[in-house]
Write a protein that binds this ligand. Structure first.
Ligand SMILES: [Zn+2]
Ligand SMILES: [Zn+2]
Length: 274
C-alpha cells in the first residue's frame, strides 16, 4: 500500500517561467496523488496542463479534482487540461468553500466565458460533474480512502485536505495565513502524525511582517507545526514567484538544516509514501 504524490505545479500567485526558475519550476498549484488505483488531483493551476498530457499517455480517463479554493493560481490551468475535452473521459470537480456563493461550476464556467476565453465550459466533452461540499465533511473517493477537510485562514476561504489510506496520511495545506506565536490549532489537529504535510511556504519569517493579511504563511511556521504535530515530512509549497532558483535553494538548505524532514517541492517531483 502506498500513496504516490507528484507535484505538477508548486508556485503560488502567478506562473513564473524564466531562466531563473528552472530548478524549482514555474507552474502554479497542482498535484496528483495515486492511491489504491485512483487518481486524485488537487488544484488546477497551470501545472494541470502537463498532468493532462501525462494522463493521456497513461490512458487515464477518470479522476476527481479537489480544489483548495478558486483563486486564479488554483484554477487557471483547467481550460488547458486536454483530457477534459475527451468525450470518453469523466472528471468530478469538488470544492468546499463555495456552498453559499453559487457553487464551483459557476466559477469554472465564468473563467471560460466570452470574451476572456475562446470556448465555453460546454466545449469540454468529457463527463464533467461538479460537487460542493461543506468544509469539515469527510470525503470518500474510493474504497478505503478517506479525505478529511478543514478550513484555512485565507481571503474568500480555502480548504485543507488530509488523504488517508492504509494507515498512511498526506496533508495538503495551502493557502493559509498564520498568526505569529499562535499556532493554528485546527491545522495542528489536522496534520497530527501525518507522513507528509504539503504546506503554504510562500514567504520567509523575515518577509512575513510586510505580508500580513495576504493569506499566506512561511516555511518556518510549517516546521513549527510539523514538529508539534509529530508529522514526519514537510514539503515547502506555493513558492513566491519572486523566489528564484538561487533564493529557493537557500531557503531549502536553511529549512533542511532547521528540520531534517523538510524539503522544497519542485515541478515534477515524486514522493512515495510507503
Ligand atoms: Zn494560491
Ligand atoms: Zn489563494
Amino acid at each position: 500500500m502506498s500513496i504516490e504524490v507528484k507535484f505538477w505545479g508548486v508556485r503560488g500567485s502567478i506562473a513564473c517561467p524564466s531562466p531563473d526558475h528552472v530548478v524549482y519550476g514555474g507552474n502554479t498549484s497542482c498535484l496528483e496523488m495515486r492511491v489504491a488505483g485512483k487518481v486524485l488531483i488537487f488544484d488546477a493551476g497551470t501545472g494541470i496542463r502537463n498532468l493532462g498530457k501525462d494522463l493521456i499517455r497513461r490512458k487515464v480517463t477518470e479522476a476527481t479534482i479537489f480544489l483548495t479554493h478558486t483563486h486564479w493560481d488554483h484554477i487557471n490551468g483547467f481550460p488547458f487540461f486536454v483530457p477534459a475535452y475527451n468525450p470518453k473521459a469523466a472528471f468530478h470537480v469538488m470544492a468546499g468553500h463555495l456552498t453559499d456563493q453559487g457553487g464551483v461550476e459557476r466559477v469554472f464556467s465564468a473563467q471560460m466565458a466570452n470574451p476572456t476565453f475562446p470556448v465555453p465550459l460546454s466545449a469540454m466533452q468529457s463527463k464533467l460533474t461538479f460537487e460542493d461540499f461543506t468544509v469539515g465533511d469527510d470525503l470518500h473517493p474510493g474504497e478505503g480512502i478517506v479525505i478529511r477537510t478543514a478550513p484555512l485562514r485565507h481571503p474568500n476561504g480555502a480548504t485543507a485536505f488530509r488523504v488517508e489510506h492504509g494507515g498512511q496520511a498526506v496533508c495538503y495545506v495551502t493557502d493559509t495565513e498564520h498568526e505569529p506565536g499562535k499556532p493554528d490549532e485546527i491545522i495542528l489537529d489536522f496534520i497530527r502524525d501525518a507522513d507528509l504535510v504539503i504546506y503554504d511556504s510562500t514567504y520567509t519569517d523575515e518577509e512575513f511582517p510586510q505580508k500580513i493579511g495576504w493569506g499566506h504563511s512561511t516555511w518556518q511556521e510549517g516546521i513549527r507545526l510539523c514538529r508539534v504535530a509529530n508529522a514526519k515530512r514537510l514539503a515547502l509549497f506555493h513558492h513566491d514567484p519572486d523566489h528564484n532558483d538561487t533564493a529557493m535553494s537557500a531557503i531549502e538548505q536553511q529549512a533542511k538544516s532547521t528540520w531534517s524532514g523538510a524539503f522544497a517541492a519542485r515541478d515534477e517531483m515524486v514522493v512515495v509514501i510507503e
